[in-house]
Design a protein around this ligand. Structure first.
Ligand code: NDP
Length: 276
C-alpha cells in the first residue's frame, strides 16, 4: 500500500525511486518552471523528470538548489536525446546534462527513444556511467518488448526502468507483464493524456463516488497498478491535487472499469515509427 509522496519502489539494483514525481515537458527554462518544481518539492514531491530535449535542465537545477531540500533526498531523472545516441556522444550528453542541472550525479538516466542501430552503443555508455557511480540507476524510455529483448541480448546490466506512454487509453498490459518478469519498473508518461481524458463520463462517475477529481483517479490507478508516474503541471493547486491520492483506494471493480477504457490509443509517436 502506497501511503505518501515519499513512498518508493525498489529498483532491481536496490535503489529506491518515488512512485510519484513531477514531469516538466514543454515548460520553458525560466521562472514558471523554477516555481513549479519548488511548489512540488514544498508540497512533498521528491522526484523530478526532465530530459535534454526539454531544454530546461538549468531551471530544474535552480529549483532544486533553492528548494532547501538536501540533494540526496531528491530523485532526478534526465534522458539522452536521439541525436546524441552513441558511446562517446552519450557520455558527453550526460556530462552536459549534469552541468546544466548543476548536479554531480543523477538518480536515473534514460535512453529517450529506441532509435534503431543506435541504442546499444548508448546503452554501453549508460553502463559505464553507472559503473563509475555518476548515475544511481539507468533505464530506457519508449521501448517496446522487442526493443527490450534486443537490448538485453547484449547488455551487461539490464534496464531498471522503462518510461512509456501509459494511461487509461493505453494500458500496455503485455509490456507491463514483460517488464514485471524482467525486474524493469514501468513508468508512465502523459498519465493524464495531456489533459484529454478530463471529460470522460465514466471517470467522472468514479471520481464523484470517491469525492476525487479525474486526475486523482488516474494517478491512483497508476499507483495501484504498480506504475511510477509523473503528471505535469505548473500550477500549484494542480501540483497539490495530483498528489492528493493517498487517502483512498480504488476497488478492484473500479480498477477494471478504468482498464476497460483502453483503446491502444497514443498521444505520442509509436516507438516503431519514429522519424526524429
Ligand atoms: P500529462 O499527461 O502529465 O498532462 C499534462 C497536462 O495536463 C498539462 O497541460 C497540464 O496543464 C494538465 N494538467 C495537469 N494536472 C491537471 C489537473 N489536475 N487538472 C487539469 N489539468 C491538469 O502530460 P505530459 O505529456 O506532460 O506527461 C508528463 C511527463 O511525462 C512530462 O512532463 C515529461 O516529464 C514526461 N514525458 C516523457 C516522454 C518520453 O518520451 N519519455 C514523452 C512525454 C512526456 P497545466 O500545466 O496548465 O496544469
Amino acid at each position: 500500500m502506497i501511503t505518501s509522496l515519499h513512498d518508493t519502489t525498489t529498483l532491481n539494483n536496490g535503489v529506491t525511486m518515488p512512485w510519484l514525481g513531477i514531469g516538466v515537458f514543454k515548460v520553458d527554462n525560466g521562472p514558471e518552471l523554477v516555481n513549479a518544481v519548488k511548489f512540488a518539492i514544498k508540497h512533498g514531491y521528491r522526484s523530478v523528470d526532465t530530459a535534454a530535449i526539454y531544454e530546461n535542465e538549468e531551471a530544474v537545477g535552480q529549483a532544486i538548489r533553492e528548494s532547501g531540500v538536501p540533494r540526496e533526498e531528491l530523485f532526478v531523472t534526465s534522458k539522452v536525446w536521439n541525436s546524441d545516441l552513441g558511446y562517446t556522444s552519450t557520455i558527453t550528453a550526460f556530462e552536459t546534462s549534469l552541468k546544466k542541472l548543476g548536479l554531480d550525479y543523477l538518480d536515473l538516466y534514460l535512453i529517450h527513444w529506441p532509435v534503431e542501430g543506435k541504442y546499444k552503443e548508448a546503452w554501453r555508455a549508460l553502463e559505464t556511467l553507472y559503473q563509475e557511480g555518476k548515475v544511481r540507476a539507468i533505464g530506457v524510455s519508449n521501448f517496446h518488448i522487442h526493443h527490450l529483448e534486443d537490448l538485453m541480448k547484449d547488455a551487461n546490466i539490464n534496464p531498471m526502468v522503462n518510461q512509456v506512454e501509459y494511461h487509461p487509453r493505453l494500458t500496455q498490459k503485455a509490456l507491463q507483464a514483460f517488464c514485471g518478469e524482467h525486474g524493469i519498473q514501468l513508468e508512465a508518461w502523459s498519465p493524464l493524456i495531456q489533459g484529454q481524458l478530463l471529460d470522460s463520463s465514466i471517470l467522472q462517475e468514479i471520481a464523484d463516488r470517491y469525492h476525487k477529481t479525474i486526475p486523482q483517479i488516474i494517478v491512483r490507478w497508476d499507483l495501484q497498478n504498480g506504475v511510477v508516474t509523473i503528471p505535469k503541471s505548473t500550477k500549484e493547486h494542480r501540483i497539490v491535487e495530483n498528489a492528493n491520492v493517498f487517502d483512498f483506494e480504488l476497488t478492484k471493480e473500479d480498477m477494471q472499469r478504468i482498464d476497460e477504457l483502453n483503446r491502444d490509443n497514443r498521444v505520442g509517436p509509436d516507438p516503431d515509427h519514429i522519424d526524429f
